[in-house]
Ligand binder design. Sequence first.
Ligand SMILES: Cc1cc2nc3c(=O)[nH]c(=O)nc-3n(C[C@H](O)[C@H](O)[C@H](O)COP(=O)(O)OP(=O)(O)OC[C@H]3O[C@@H](n4cnc5c(N)ncnc54)[C@H](O)[C@@H]3O)c2cc1C
Length: 385
Amino acid sequence: MDIPKIADVVIVGGGVMGASTAYHLALKGCKKVVLLERNSLFGQETTGKCAGGIRYQFATEINIRLSLLSLPMLDRFEEELGQAIDLRRCGYLFLLTQEEDVQTFRASLTLQHRLGVMTQWLPGDQIRSRLPFMRLEDVLGAAWDPQDGLVDPNSIVQGYIAGAKRLGAKCLTDVEVVNISLKKGRIHGVKTRLGEIETPIVVNAAGPWAAQIGGMIGLDIPINPVRRQIAVTTPTPWLPLDFPFVIDFAKNLYFHREGPGILTGMSNLNEPPSFIQQVDHEWELIHFDAAMARIPLLEEVGISSRWAGLYEVTPDAHPILGMVPEAKGFYCINGFSGHGLMHGPISGLLLAEEILDGKAHTLDITSLSLTRFREGKAIQEYNVV
Ligand SMILES: Cc1cc2nc3c(=O)[nH]c(=O)nc-3n(C[C@H](O)[C@H](O)[C@H](O)COP(=O)(O)OP(=O)(O)OC[C@H]3O[C@@H](n4cnc5c(N)ncnc54)[C@H](O)[C@@H]3O)c2cc1C
């Protein structure tokens, strides 16, 4: 395969971040956009392994604002890109069993209301009567937003890649970036296994591998890959059609309807950073015990599929978005820490603005700069699952 010799922008990585950035750059008139994905298909890593959840319910203003801009882009997605994304507004229900979580979520609700997200507080009894097949005796209350929901991750990637190609971008698979060259502190080009591409701009959209891409120019990007796993059950005909995305917040355990069954995940907070993507069967047993304790009927179903993927985790669970002062022409769109699918649409647009217009103007993203860590300006997100 021939690869271009020259580009205006090279994007490393073809998950939701790379695909959205390529589309929005091309849409804004950038001519020679080249996206390089080392796998044989786009969107098969973190994006393809995610749970598909989209929500407004966050604890920091910047994350809520990202959702306020990104989720409406998903509403318009099919009309804009001609690709259905199976959007379902099933709502997110955060079940809370600890008094300190109740206090924090109550404070988040106030923030969300101020920003126009009308999350509701539901008392424990109301939840127990709505979900009688779940064991919820210990639930003190829940945060509920019916506007949250689900989408199909692969359709989003395919929609953006097809849209970017229609606008003239070159999106290539089976091309691994192995090095990046600088000249006088400026990006000069990328080296791939198939040859070199001269470019003044590189976008790091390499998901859990973002730190490796930064390392190619001697940059320390604080992103750790952390395994997270999911299982989907065989059919659960007793599950109500309007079953929401339910999160047992204290246990990092979640459920939502997936085809005829249930998709469930539980984050192991002691999982050490690594690139391991095999299912941890010991953790799976702990996960299934916790899942059956909440939904006893799960004892009667089997597992139809299971997989593990990698979160791309920053120290404050917020993304690193925008230009990097150390290397002119190097941009990051990384570290979404478990909620990147839903913020992919707006993040690609914001980065395209920053690259082409010198500054993101749809939303101020200076608080998401890489420099925040050394400047002591990290901002912790509480609603991480
Ligand atoms: C189990 C699980 C559940 C999740 N649930 C949700 C959810 O419900 N909602 C939500 O919003 N988010 C969720 N997420 C998080 C979300 O999936 C990620 O934040 C998002 O997909 C990150 O996208 P990305 O494009 O940065 O990374 P990726 O999709 O991993 O894309 C990066 C790409 O870069 C490529 N690459 C790496 N190095 C190179 C190189 N040297 N050369 C060329 N290509 C390279 C990789 O092959 C990969 O395809 C979940 C994640 C997991 C693992």
